[in-house]
Design a binder for this molecule. Sequence first.
Ligand SMILES: Cc1cc2nc3c(=O)[nH]c(=O)nc-3n(C[C@H](O)[C@H](O)[C@H](O)COP(=O)(O)OP(=O)(O)OC[C@H]3O[C@@H](n4cnc5c(N)ncnc54)[C@H](O)[C@@H]3O)c2cc1C
Length: 392
Amino acid sequence: MIRQLFDDEHEIFRDSVRSFLVNEIKPHSNHWHEQGIVDRNAFRQAGEMGLLLMWADEQYGGAGVSDFRYEQILIEENAKFGDAGFFMTLHNRLVGPYIGELGTEEQKRRWLPKCVSGENILALAITEPGAGSDVAGIRTRAQDKGDHYLLNGSKTYISNGINADLVIVVARTGADGGRGLSLFVVERGMQGFERGRNLKKMGLKRQDTAELFFNNVKLPRENLLGELDRGFYHLMHFLVEERLLGAVGYVATANAAFDLTMDYIQDRKAFGQPLADFQNTRFKMADMRMQIDIAQNFIDHCVLEHNEEKLGAEDAAKAKLFSSELEGRVVDECVQLHGGAGYMDEYPICRMYLNARISRIYAGSSEIMREIIARSIGLDPRKKKLQAANTG
Ligand SMILES: Cc1cc2nc3c(=O)[nH]c(=O)nc-3n(C[C@H](O)[C@H](O)[C@H](O)COP(=O)(O)OP(=O)(O)OC[C@H]3O[C@@H](n4cnc5c(N)ncnc54)[C@H](O)[C@@H]3O)c2cc1C
């Protein structure tokens, strides 16, 4: 399928990203896999290449490029030639914009330049042991103490949790539920901020995922990000882009799995013929190609809508839901077509299969995506209850 959304400049950028990933990132993958974390230097190198926070204004060291297609290219190339554990996009577009859009001038000047250079690595801490999908259940609390806030609580499953220098933490500042949440920037080295172990995971072994603990962390008032008690609304705003970022990555992984399986089935022979010649293989590959192309088309459409600031939460949810489920089906089918080799760690498809399992859970699980879509088509029991209460 010929994709219509890239022009020559995008393709030149794609080539430079690819050579960076092939030369500077890929060679370290196995080492990072063993150590369970990407070297911080990878972020510095990406910073030197101008690949971090490309959207940031030049005055903060960025390139002022807000065109989402450049990030899309980074994600696609990383899925194919880089390392699934290198969470550059989380740093770039999932967390960075919280500072870029919500930060005061002083905050942007203070934090953005080192995020652009890769000296500071970012993380976003929403999830808690008792609150995942249900963000309104967050219990980490920031008490107003006049000239500062006192932060207490803990977070879990935080990506870049070990490497991060700046963590955007969602904490309760007001009433229970969604309304009383605020965002704070917690900095490496603050007294009372501790990290737990690097959690052992099913996949994404090269990505550091950690618990974070806050014991009476004294946060200057200047570390409040965005509006007090508006944290939930800020999160909902950024989750649209987060889901699109995920969708771009999941379909890119499905594509990469498809490509390497194409090579495998033509090499591998059984019963005197390449696997590719069996009707079953050809039909499976045809089905996968069709589904990936259709998904890609929808996601590319969403990318263009997002560039025009028109992408709605329900379309982002559809993109995330469909592409993560597709990725799951494709990597599973590709393992099957690899036979026993697909179960061996040394074959990339094995790691892709393990990595992909989380895509249906984080950034809003498939069930939460279905909730959002169902509500968008008018199937919302909460509204019915509200109407009943108002009329009754
Ligand atoms: C590798 C990894 C990286 C992560 N990175 C981060 C990070 O950087 N920052 C961060 O804050 N969090 C992160 N998370 C956490 C992730 O976002 C949560 O795991 C996710 O939101 C699900 O929350 P939970 O684990 O508490 O599951 P739960 O919310 O307990 O859900 C359990 C099951 O119940 C279902 N469920 C829940 N509510 C409903 C409902 N209303 N209707 C139907 N079904 C429902 C869910 O879909 C799921 O199947 C990460 C997790 C992992 C595993």
